[in-house]
Design a protein around this ligand. Sequence first.
Ligand code: GLY
Ligand code: MN
Ligand code: MN
Length: 509
Amino acid sequence: MSEQISPEAATDAQPLESRGDNRSQRPSSAAFKAFITSGWAERAAAATGPGAAAPFTAQRRARLSAAFPDARLVVPAGGFKVRSNDTDFRFRPHSAFAHLTGLGTEQEPDAVLVLHPADDGSADEGSAHRAVLYMRPLAGRDTEEFYSDSRYGEFWVGARPTLEDLAALTGITTAHLDTLRDDLAKDVGADGVRLLVVPGADDSVEAVVEEIRATEDAGQDDARLAEALSELRLVKDAHEVEQMRVAVDSTIAGFAKIVRDLPVAVEHPRGERVIEGTFGAHARLEGNTVGYETIAAAGEHATTLHWTQNDGAVRPGDLVLVDAGVEADSLYTADVTRTLPVDGTFTDVQRRVYTAVLDAADAAFAVAVPGARFRDVHAAAMEVIAARLAEWGLLPGTAEESLDPEGQWHRRWMVHGTSHHLGLDVHDCAQARREMYLDALLEPGMVFTIEPGLYFKSDDLAVPEEYRGIGVRIEDDVLVTADGNENLSAALPRRPDDVERWMATILQD
Ligand code: GLY
Ligand code: MN
Ligand code: MN
């Protein structure tokens, strides 16, 4: 029997970074390399033509171009993010990159979209810039990457696109990532081209940009770019609205599956995980994944706004608050909440709280029309919430006093806002200026949530015992139209009687 080598006798000369290879037993012989890189059939071309998003992304790039006519704009997709040690999270491109290229799902790690200012006649149609998509194309079968690179190699992650594939799909000129640095540096200087990069998307691309421009105040210009990219998404185009419908419709189907599985959830000590699992499986089957971590919060857990631990029991007689959204393959996500009676019937006090929240939501819908300001939506919901809380004797003054900026007692039971823009990010357009977001007039094409709630913690001595441990949120996704709005998630029942009927129908099947 051979002996185990002692830790003292093991060599320590190897740098830490390369020690992950210590478990590798891959052959390195010339015979192996020659054999594994030969004898493969010709690859078939992947993409056949431009994706449905291509005409829309060209318009989005043209709008961005008009805001920065003389700057070179760098929009990275980002790279892999480590989950632990040498395993990564599933790749998702930065939303600004997805918006301007139309690429979704897992395309394309390390790619970088660059808008080059072009006054030499080479600009794209309708734009002052020429767009180039730099990428790391699929390596040939005659390379080591093909079989040995676990992040990019075809043997490990499948055949990624070629330059031709991505050009055909996006309608954007493609170039090898190896040419990025030189192309970024061209004519950059005091009297030359300004170079701007989306901050926070890709550290290595940012470092290259920093090195090239080496100016002190460039960071501020990067912030302008991030802001413009966010504001570009405040009003959705027709393709985006269509994708929002895909995401919302799929989310509604996922909620029906949750109700179907409620009896299973009740039986399991971690019933909240049953709900999370049901919705997560649905999102992976029907779309890309969930747009954010599902909140499955039964009983008192519903009073924790971001309860994503989801390890609690689901008990008959309680409510369960489920906040979940399918992210479509295009990466647009829904964001929907329903608060359901676990056994299919609201108690009187649950119904009272639920109805107050529903009335607040209805009031918000009534003002979410062109010409109103975004902030008016929240104000309308708060009027109802304050009035109900006053009616129930929970406020230390009148509803009017509470609504005054110096009062605000009602916010003890709803500390979050009523609405946020929705799209590629669940909290979309987050870098937009206040004047363009909260203070802005609503316009057709805007998509946002309406999601009032009331949350009474079980140890809240400011409310009578019957309210304690009840948390309710109702969240819908609204599209502003020319003459009002459309509740995109209206097909998911939200009135208490409708919820009970809908649940009964599913549970009887
Ligand atoms: N699901 C997160 C939110 O509602 O904003
Ligand atoms: Mn939301
Ligand atoms: Mn939500």
